[in-house]
Write a protein that binds this ligand. Sequence first.
Ligand code: NAD
Ligand code: FE2
Length: 383
Amino acid sequence: MMQFDFHSTRSILVERGGAANLAKIIQARGGKSVLIVTDPGVLSAGLLSQSQQGFKDLGIALDVFSQVQADPPISVIENAVNAAQQCRADYIVGFGGGSSMDVAKLVALLATGKEKLSEVYGVGVAKGPRLPLILVPTTAGTGSEVTTISIVTVSDSEKKGVVSPQLLPDLALLDAQLTLGLPSHVTAATGIDAMVHAIEAFTTKRLKNPISDCLAKEALRLLASNLHRAVRSGNDIEARENMLLGACLAGMAFTNAPVAGVHALAYPIGARFHVPHGLSNALMLGPVMRFNLEQVHFMYAELGQIIQPGLLGSTLDQATQLADYLGSLATELGLPGRLTDVGITENDINQLAADAMLQTRLLMNSPREITLQDAAALYAEAL
Ligand SMILES: NC(=O)c1ccc[n+]([C@@H]2O[C@H](COP(=O)([O-])OP(=O)(O)OC[C@H]3O[C@@H](n4cnc5c(N)ncnc54)[C@H](O)[C@@H]3O)[C@@H](O)[C@H]2O)c1
Ligand SMILES: [Fe+2]
């Protein structure tokens, strides 16, 4: 018997140049005092300027919190919540990559003063209410604009998730023009992150369902056929738009059919060594796929026909070829390909493996159980 539950963002607006209409959209929804949550990189790239002009033109109060850091720590969230309370924001906009959108989600939740960050970690713990929330991605990666998740770096070694339908925004605005200037290494890393979302959603042990499967496959079709183009020619708006949509579809898939081993092993790399999220995933993708081959080779083979049409041989052969191809994708796109390239040595493996074991929320979704010894072996393979 089939039984599943599917959540997504209520409205998704896809429009080139649409960010210029942000103020109009918020005015139509009754917002009067807006806080945009972003990071210094997005601000200095000038990505906010068109939106800001709109607020001036319409006379809507606007404050900008631009102190988000990648892999946001607790202090950043607290500061952003304070900023929202001080300017009495009645509308929150997350404008940037996953880091800015994740902070904005928690600001919308916590600025009401009803819940505390320390009390909302985990699945379904945050109850709301929250302030109205719009998310505007400027990377094509996390899909945070359609996920129920916000990731917080809680210590030098650990990332925790707040997971609740309350964190889905009221509107996601996908404006591909905002992603034109994304540097090629960020395009590559975030694009691989999105591919990993789709692959892990399709092969997850828990909550896989026909809707998430459709979304994951279409996401991979868009991502695999546009990633190289977007990395090579950043100004190719069509490739950028396809990447943004692909990342969004992958987000819709994995928020309902959750990610697993690649993310569980990638998070400690991000937390301890400050390796960008997409790159951490890229480094662990090949080893984890090879580890899962026996359990899900037929699913990998199905995805292989989308990512690399024409793969030949048994499903196990096709799946193996796909794992090898994806394992070398980072290097092919000009990113570091091994853990040693990002400063990780053999001496770090036991600590990383112990950290990964704390990611129980993700490990429980793995198609093959990952023990402490397995985690250490997977890191060793990725060295
Ligand atoms: N909520 C979720 O569902 C979810 C899923 C996966 C990852 N995450 C989290 O998201 C974060 C990673 O997000 P990310 O990979 O999007 O990176 P990011 O938000 O950390 O941004 C990376 C860098 O790119 C810059 N940047 C962003 N857009 C730009 C643009 N258009 N032009 C120029 N520079 C730009 C930023 O200034 C920043 O320096 C991590 O904290 C990760 O844990 C969340
Ligand atoms: Fe991710």
